[in-house]
Ligand binder design. Structure first.
Ligand code: FBP
Length: 552
């Protein structure tokens, strides 16, 4: 196979591990803390997870561990959207298993959770793993978004695990996939099976984090990749001095990526969905916020700028949220009726009769392309696919209109020419940064130690991430501890809590303290491309979000 010069060089990179995992494997022992409780809904969770709730947090300590060298057979699944570093989680798990016992085996289920349901798997070999070390992507076995939820699917998962002689299944995924891991662990144990389930925190969105999971992998690389692109656009904008760039950034719900990119690149305007929701901002008010910067910069003859928009914004603006929820319900409850109406105009008439007056009014004011995008297929969880809604174009249209009004009033005399961008898929499979390369390998290796320790219903955790990798602290957190009960699709369900941007958190406050200045004065910051070789301050820095969160 022909590979690029960088890929060849990356094959030789040796991921850094926490010090405890670099010595003799028989000397990595487990130390158990107090039984862990969920922050909310403990009673309900204890009733649902009779076998797996209330387990202790686990840390690794130096000590004799004979069990760790028994041969194991483990299956691994990549679940949900791609995130840089997934291959290294698998490599760390594989190397850990082989270090424990060279007869241990690692199977990879193909195409996400459906691979487990349909028993489609391959066995990893040295040659296969070596081909994918330190590379981006999930293509080694593929990923998928199938949710394991019906009794038949749980039974099929157990059947495959038994047939394959698995000791454990590792699920590498986001909040939904790790919720699935918790349910699977409980189900296996309740069925009297010894098959263990361990989760690993993945998602570029950065919203699977809490006191014990400091970051989900992939966030670091994706945010740095987008920041490089934004910095390049800022330089172009400052050179040409004639365009306003509206850049939508991926991140299904939370605005962590957008906020990190703003901290890295210092744009003129950056909208944060969580703030829009907390302050109940309407779309019109957000447009006014953008226009305020355009008008003030135009007064200084700066008819150019950069606006960052989080992908999920549309679902956080109260009136849009209401409309989307009503559309989701109608599309779920009248699926057959709606699919028979193929013509868009007839769909609008039908919706006019079924939506509330407020939502129907709003729907009719939207540009037809946006209205069509809101009616596009839902994801397997019944949610609108926000990455397909061109919020950046919607905002440009509204800003143009508002500036027209201001011009008539004599309140704006500048020139406005806008370009729309969406950065999402560009960052999900980038070569992982050194941080993600090391972190992912450590998460995979940690998952092996948890499996060898006989644990189930845990997520692999590596803490102290702003320190050097040898000082990182590996261990395991009971998945149920990170859960609460939420109302989803008409009933109360146990789910891992999504971590949204906290408005009283250090990253948001740092941004908020500077944004007034950035809105008027060109303060662009150019982070440049991710560097893999060079001094640590250039190559090994974690995200600003992580550093700021640690400093408080
Ligand atoms: P995960 O939560 O599964 O990691 O996916 C994240 C994400 O990249 C979101 O940011 C985005 O909205 C979504 O996946 C896009 O989904 P798809 O890959 O199905 O287009």
């Amino acid at each position: 196979m022909q590979v690029s010069a960088l890929q060849k060089a990356r094959y030789t990179y040796k991921p850094k591990l926490p010090a405890i995992l670099t010595g003799a494997i028989e000397e990595v022992a487990l130390s158990f803390g107090e039984p862990a409780r969920a922050l909310e809904d403990g009673e309900a969770l204890a009733a649902l997870f009779k076998n797996t709730y209330g387990k202790p947090i686990v840390q690794f300590v130096k000590g004799k561990n004979e069990k760790i060298t028994r041969p194991l057979t483990v299956g691994v699944i990549l679940s949900g959207g791609q995130a840089p570093g997934g291959h290294n989680v698998i490599a760390g798990l594989y190397d850990g298993l082989k270090k424990g016992n060279s007869a241990s085996r690692l199977l990879g289920f193909l195409g996400g959770p459906s691979g487990l349901l349909e028993d489609k798997a391959l066995e990893f070999t040295d040659a296969l793993i070596n081909e994918y070390r330190n590379t981006g992507g999930f293509d080694i076995i593929g990923s998928g978004r199938t949710k394991i939820e019906s009794p038949e699917q749980f039974a099929a998962s157990l059947e495959t695990a038994k047939k394959r002689g698995l000791d454990a299944v590792v699920i590498i995924g986001g909040d939904d996939s790790n919720t699935n891991a918790a349910l699977l662990a409980e189900y296996f144990t309740a069925q009297g099976s010894a098959v263990q389930v361990i989760g690993c925190p993945k998602t570029i969105d950065g919203d699977l984090k809490n006191e014990h999971i400091e970051a989900s992998f992939g966030f670091d690389t994706a945010a740095k990749t987008y920041s490089e692109l934004i910095g390049n656009i800022e330089r172009d904008a400052a050179s040409a001095r004639k365009y306003w760039h509206f850049i939508k950034l991926m991140g299904r719900s939370a605005s962590h990526i957008t906020l990190e990119c703003a901290l890295q690149t210092q744009p003129n305007v950056c909208l944060i969905s969580e703030e829009a929701a907390a302050k109940k901002r309407s779309l019109v008010q957000l447009v006014e916020e953008i226009c305020a910067s355009i008008v003030r910069r135009a007064a200084n003859k700066d008819n150019f700028g950069v606006v960052l928009i989080p992908e999920g914004l549309i679902e956080f603006v109260p009136e849009m949220k209401k409309l989307i929820q009503e559309l989701n319900d109608l599309m779920a409850n009248y699926a057959d009726e709606l699919t028979e109406i193929s013509n868009f105009i007839d769909q609008v008439y039908w919706l006019d009769r079924h939506l509330s007056n407020e939502s129907s009014g709003l729907f009719k004011t939207l540009p037809p392309e946006i209205a069509r995008q809101l009616l596009a297929d839902r994801d397997p969880h019944g949610n609108v696919q926000v990455s397909r809604i061109e919020t950046e174009k919607l905002l440009i249209g509204m800003v143009e209109k508002k500036l027209g009004e201001l011009t008539k009033l004599g309140a704006y005399t500048g020139k406005f020419s806008a370009l729309a961008h969406f950065f999402g898929y560009e960052g999900r499979c980038a070569f992982p940064s050194n941080f993600d390369t090391d972190y992912c390998y450590s998460l995979g290796f940690t998952a092996f130690v948890l499996i060898a320790g006989g644990l189930t219903g845990y997520i692999s955790s590596v803490k102290n991430l702003t320190a050097r990798a040898d000082l990182w602290i590996p261990g395991g957190i009971p998945l149920t501890m990170m859960m609460n009960m939420e109302h989803r699709h008409g009933s109360s369900k146990p789910v891992i809590k999504k971590a949204l941007v906290e408005l009283d958190g250090a990253p948001f406050k740092t941004f908020a303290a500077s944004r007034e200045t950035w809105a008027v004065k060109t303060s662009f910051h150019f982070p440049g491309a991710i560097q893999y070789y060079g001094p640590p301050e250039v190559c090994d820095q974690p995200t600003k979000t992580l550093v700021l969160e640690h400093a408080t």
